[in-house]
Design a protein around this ligand. Structure first.
Ligand code: GDP
Ligand code: ZN
Length: 321
């Protein structure tokens, strides 16, 4: 709790040194960082997975200040995480039972991240092979190739570990599908998750990247902002190399990055009709595929009602924005 002016001369010298190159020489060091006010003022958020420039480092108190956020190669809105290579959507076959509309909502969220996507179903041990096959066929029609696994029996975990190897993946799925169980089965025994409150951040450097962890905890009544929902995102190293960004299960993806205009592109069925149809273009440039004349998107596919439902939802949201 020292003020800057109270720093010992040696600390002051250290505080002047900055940059991630230097921090890189100290792999494994954890710093509690605040975000520079100007970044907040211009609306630059720092999220888990961001690469950041840390300055004003005080190695004795292990504190620093995030002075800049580097450009992201990718970003996922929900959970907020940056620089991810791969999206792993995890559902379970049973308990909770997979439900087509919920799955569609999550798939749309996953598609909006514009990342390579793996759709995996856990708890395959709980259903008959016929049920699994039926879903496989259905999902094929939707445009996906699902992977089945069971943390309980270990089936399919090697394929998942192979897919996750060497890249940074975000794992998303409703609660109860076995996310924690899967992560425990996949990750290192060593626990490296970190927490931060309000504007304080723990930034860690390991190997070649920074990773951070944010938790918005209970906020004091003084700030008047009341209690926040906890959104804890952790970046966990996997034993085979690579990282897994984990967040607690949530049951309603926000679809924040999806607009009326981009929604059609989140459906492989529509993408297919638009690329392979004859003609392959709707009559209107701004066709929303809601039955306009000259629309090439037919209504005879399973998820068309879901498309309409999500379209209405996004339309209402956009009208209120
Ligand atoms: P999370 O909410 O997604 O993190 O789910 P958990 O990992 O907490 O798992 C929820 C419950 O499902 C726990 O009781 C697990 O033991 C159970 N579970 C996880 N994976 C499997 C599986 O492959 N098969 C069966 N039968 N149960 C599982
Ligand atoms: Zn159309």
């Amino acid at each position: 709790r020292r003020r800057p002016g109270q720093f010992h001369a040696r600390h002051r010298r250290l505080r002047r040194r900055r940059g991630w190159g230097w921090a890189g020489a100290r792999a494994g060091v954890e710093l509690l960082c605040v975000v520079k006010a100007v970044l907040k003022k211009i609306g630059r958020r720092v999220v888990v997975g961001d690469r950041v420039l840390v300055g004003a480092v005080d190695w004795v108190d292990r504190r620093g200040m995030i002075e800049n956020v580097f450009e992201r190669s990718s970003e996922v809105a929900d959970p907020p995480v940056a620089n991810v290579d791969h999206f792993l959507l995890l559902f379970s076959m049973d308990n909770p039972k997979v439900e087509a509309f919920t799955l569609t909502r999550f798939l749309v969220e996953a598609e909006s991240a514009a990342l390579p996507l793996t759709l995996a179903f856990n708890k395959a041990d709980l259903v008959h092979e016929q049920t699994r096959e039926a879903w496989k066929i259905k999902l094929h029609e939707w445009g996906y190739q699902p992977l089945f696994c069971s943390v309980e029996t270990g089936n399919g975990l090697d394929s998942l570990a192979y897919i996750l190897k060497g890249q940074t993946s975000v794992i998303v799925g409703p609660s109860g599908v076995g996310k924690s169980s899967l992560i425990n089965a996949l990750r290192n025994a060593q626990d490296i998750s970190a927490v931060a409150y309000e504007d304080n951040w723990f930034a860690r450097f390991e190997g070649t990247r920074w990773y951070e962890d944010q938790r918005v905890g209970e906020v004091s009544s003084k700030s008047g902002r009341g209690k926040h929902t906890t959104r804890h995102v952790s970046l966990l190293p996997l034993s085979g190399g690579g990282y897994l960004a984990d967040t607690p299960g949530f049951n309603q993806p926000s679809l924040l990055k999806v607009t009326k205009k981009t929604l059609p592109l989140m459906f492989p069925e529509i993408r297919k009709m638009l690329s392979e149809g004859e003609p392959s273009k709707c009559a209107f440039n701004d066709c929303m595929h809601l039955g306009e004349p000259g629309c090439v998107v037919k209504a005879d596919w399973e998820r068309y009602p879901y498309y309409l439902q999500l379209f209405d939802e996004i339309k209402i949201r956009e009208e209120f924005q």
